[in-house]
Design a protein around this ligand. Structure first.
Ligand code: FAD
Ligand code: DHB
Length: 392
C-alpha cells in the first residue's frame, strides 16, 4: 500500500483546508491536502461571495490577495429594506471597516494556485475513508486514490472537510454537544449576466418573502429569493424569477441571461468541541450558519487562523497550550456569528402572517433600525466582522 508522511494531514480543499495549508507552509510546516473532488469541480462550486475585512487581511498576509484587490468590489455599506422602505447601514461610519464582494470559487482558485506554486501537495480525487490513531501522537489518514488504498501518516489531522465530511463523524460522540435549527425556508439563488442596478447589497423583507440582491462584478449579479423548503427549481422559469425579484426588491433589474440557479436549505448547526487528541475540526465541518449574515467562509478562515497558531506554537516552542485552547478560542466567535446569522435570518425572512404578533414585532425592529444609530452600529460591526482581537 502506498504510504506517505507529512506533519499535518488536511482533509478537504475548501477555503478552510487551503488557507490552513498556506498558513502552515509560511511557518515552514509541511502538510498534504486530500480532496475527494477534482480541481475543476472545487474551483467552480458556486457558494458564498462576501469577505469580511478580517478575511481580506488574512489573504493579504498570505500573499494571495492580488486578484481579489483587482477584481473584488469593496463595499462601505449595505441596505436593509422593509416592504420597500430602505435603510442604509454605513459600515465606514460605524466601524471604519468594509467588506469585499469576491466569489468563493475565485477565492478557491487563488488559494489552490498559491498552494501549488508553493509546492504544497494537494491530492485531488482522493477520498479520506478513515482517521486512525488520533488519540496517539502518530495519527494517520486512510484514503483511496485512483482505485488504490493509501495511508497518510502525520502528527496532526485537520478535518476541514465540510458539513458532510469524515472529521465530525470521527469525533467521539460523547465529546461534544450538538445544537441545531432547521429553518422552514430555503434560498433560490441565481447568477446572471446582468449589470447591477444597485450600488450595494440589498437585504429585503417583503410580505411575500425575503430577497437579496448581491453581485459578482459590474456585469454579473447574484440574487436570492426565499422559497419553501420543498420548492423545486424546475417550478421557476427565468421570467418568474426576475418578476419575483423585482417585486420583492422594489427596483428595476437588468434581466440578463441566468447561467446558474439552485436551491439551498438554511440551517444553524454547531458542536461545542473541535478537538479529540490530534484531530482538529475547522470550518463547515464544525458549524453551519444560515447565509443571511454572509459568514460561513469567514468563520472557516477565523478557525484555521487559530489552528495554525496552535500548530506553529507546538513545532516552534514545544508549547501545546494554544492547541489545547483551540476549541475555546473558536467557539466564542462561532456563538457570536451564530447569533448574528440567526438574528439577520429572523429579521429579514417572512415567517408569520401579516398582522400577527410575530410579524408586528418584526416590523417594529425595522422601525427601530431606522431611528437608532446604535442598532445600525450593532448590525454594522457584526456584519463586517468583529476584529480577531475581540476574541483573543
Ligand atoms: P467546504 O467548502 O465544504 O470544503 C470542504 C471540502 O472537503 C470540500 O472540497 C469537499 O469536497 C471535501 N471533502 C469532504 N469530505 C471529504 C473526504 N472524505 N475526503 C476528502 N475530501 C473531502 N456562505 C455564505 O456566507 N453565503 C452563501 O451564500 C453561501 N452559500 C452556500 C451555498 C452552499 C450550497 C453551501 C454548501 C455553502 C454555502 N455557504 C455560504 C457556506 C460557505 O460556502 C462555507 O461556509 C464554506 O465553503 C466553508 O468552507 P470549508 O472549507 O469549511 O468547507
Ligand atoms: C452573498 C451571499 C450571502 O449569503 C450574503 O449574505 C451576501 C452576499 C453572495 O453570494 O454574494
Amino acid at each position: 500500500m502506498k504510504t506517505i508522511k507529512t506533519q499535518v494531514g488536511i482533509i478537504g480543499a475548501g477555503p478552510a483546508g487551503l488557507t490552513l495549508a498556506l498558513m502552515l507552509q509560511k511557518q515552514g510546516i509541511k502538510c498534504v491536502i486530500i480532496e475527494n473532488r477534482s480541481r475543476e469541480y472545487v474551483e467552480n462550486r458556486v457558494r458564498a461571495g462576501l469577505l469580511e475585512h478580517n478575511t481580506v487581511e488574512v489573504f493579504e498576509e498570505l500573499g494571495v490577495a492580488d486578484r481579489l484587490h483587482q477584481e473584488g468590489l469593496v463595499h462601505h455599506g449595505c441596505y436593509i429594506a422593509y416592504n420597500g422602505i430602505t435603510q442604509r447601514i454605513d459600515f465606514q461610519k460605524h466601524t471604519q471597516r468594509e467588506v469585499t464582494i469576491y466569489g468563493q470559487q475565485e477565492v478557491v482558485k487563488d488559494l489552490i494556485k498559491a498552494c501549488l506554486d508553493r509546492k504544497i501537495e494537494i491530492i485531488f480525487e482522493a477520498e479520506a475513508t478513515e482517521i486512525n490513531d488520533f488519540m496517539t501522537e502518530e495519527p494517520s489518514i486512510s484514503f483511496t486514490h485512483g482505485g488504490e488504498n493509501a495511508i497518510l501518516n502525520c502528527d496532526f489531522v485537520a478535518g476541514t472537510d465540510g458539513f458532510h465530511g469524515l472529521g465530525r463523524k470521527t469525533l467521539p460522540k460523547e465529546s461534544y454537544n450538538e445544537f441545531k435549527i432547521e429553518y422552514p425556508f430555503s434560498w433560490l439563488g441565481i447568477l446572471a449576466y446582468s449589470k447591477p442596478t444597485y450600488d450595494e447589497l440589498i437585504y429585503a423583507f417583503h410580505h411575500e418573502g425575503f430577497a437579496l440582491a448581491s453581485m459578482r462584478s459590474e456585469k454579473v449579479c447574484r440574487l436570492y429569493l426565499q422559497v419553501p423548503n420543498d420548492e423545486k427549481i424546475e417550478n421557476w422559469s427565468d421570467e418568474q424569477i426576475w418578476t419575483e425579484l423585482e417585486n420583492r426588491l422594489g427596483i428595476e433589474l437588468d434581466k440578463g441571461e441566468i447561467f446558474e440557479k439552485g436551491i439551498t436549505p438554511m440551517r444553524s448547526f454547531m458542536i461545542d468541541n473541535l478537538q479529540a487528541g490530534r484531530l482538529f475540526l475547522a470550518g463547515d465541518a464544525a458549524h453551519i450558519v444560515p447565509p443571511t449574515g454572509a459568514k460561513g467562509l469567514n468563520l472557516a478562515v477565523a478557525d484555521v487562523r487559530n489552528l495554525a497558531k496552535g500548530i506553529t506554537d507546538f513545532y516552534k516552542n514545544g508549547n501545546e497550550d494554544a492547541l489545547n485552547n483551540y476549541t475555546k478560542k473558536c467557539v466564542s466567535r462561532v456563538w457570536r456569528v451564530q447569533d448574528f446569522s440567526n438574528f439577520m435570518t429572523y429579521l429579514c425572512h417572512k415567517q408569520a402572517e401579516n398582522g400577527s404578533f410575530e410579524q408586528l414585532l418584526q416590523k417594529s425592529k425595522f422601525d427601530y433600525l431606522r431611528m437608532s444609530e446604535a442598532y445600525q452600529k450593532t448590525i454594522a460591526e457584526n456584519y463586517v466582522g468583529l476584529p480577531f482581537e475581540a476574541f483573543e
